[in-house]
Design a protein around this ligand. Structure first.
Ligand code: ZN
Length: 253
């Protein structure tokens, strides 16, 4: 019943989808982060009905050429452009190039009529500045693996974007997680794995996969004083409404 995002790289070999379905994950959005991984994401989406893909070049892969991206993005199971964005934690030296690649991909999203999945790390101000003042995405987007930064979340919500929470909200050192979760209205929340990274407590440090998503839903439920199943249902519906709205995609639900 949940929908998640996970990096591909993995599961073609594992063939462990059935276990994921047993755990209540019935649809998966597999996010690309480079041209190569975007092609793989499409390949998986073609192979499995319940898998969807996003395609994009992340700020850590900016040497990839964007020429192929519009063609990949036009695939019927591609539901977003991403992950795209800015990352000054890993790369401080090429900020201008990162911005250029980010903005060009927002244009592609607008041309093909898709939303975006945004990655931002140590670059919140520039990311918001681009989305607010320089290149608006007409179909909006989601901030994936949301940073637990109050000011940033406030700005993200003003843009009318979704906030996607990962295992980070369950970490013992994420002291303000509940406060941040409560800043975000239910209709703006999505959940994700960011697999193979960011396994939630109590599995922190192990390889992550979509079966662990229930801990993320559970943490949100605790903060919102609701039932985990309710959060699972709401975030699932949010994801469906956001990513699979057009009729061509709806026929596959
Ligand atoms: Zn990311």
């Amino acid at each position: 019943m949940l929908i998640i995002m996970m990096r591909n790289s993995i599961t073609i070999e594992n063939k462990c989808w059935n276990r994921h379905i047993v755990c209540g994950v019935t649809k998966i959005l597999n996010a690309g982060y480079s041209i190569e991984s975007s092609k793989k994401a499409i390949q998986l989406a073609e192979e499995y009905d319940f898998v969807y893909a996003s395609v994009g070049v992340s700020p850590n892969d900016v040497e990839d050429k964007l020429d192929l991206l519009p063609k990949l993005a036009a695939h019927p199971k591609v539901v977003a452009i991403g992950e795209i964005g800015l990352d000054y934690y890993w790369n401080k030296e090429n900020k201008e190039l990162q911005k250029e690649i980010f903005m060009r991909q927002i244009e592609i999203a607008n041309e093909i009529d898709l939303p975006i999945i945004v990655h931002t790390r140590d670059s919140e101000e520039d990311t918001i500045d681009i989305l607010k003042n320089k290149r608006q995405c007409k179909n909006k987007g989601v901030f994936h693996c949301c940073l637990l930064n109050k000011e940033f979340v406030k700005e993200a919500l003003k843009l009318d974007y979704y906030i996607s929470f990962s295992g980070v909200i369950t970490f013992k050192n994420s002291k303000n997680a509940e406060e941040i979760i409560n800043m975000v209205p239910l209709e703006r929340i999505l959940i994700e794995t960011d697999a193979p990274y960011l396994s939630p407590e109590p599995l922190r440090g192990k390889r992550n996969d979509s079966r662990n998503l229930r801990y993320v839903a559970q943490k949100i439920a605790e903060a919102k004083k609701m039932k985990t199943e309710e959060i699972a249902k709401i975030t699932y519906n949010n994801a469906i409404n956001f990513f699979l709205t057009d009729t061509c995609h709806l026929s596959q639900i």
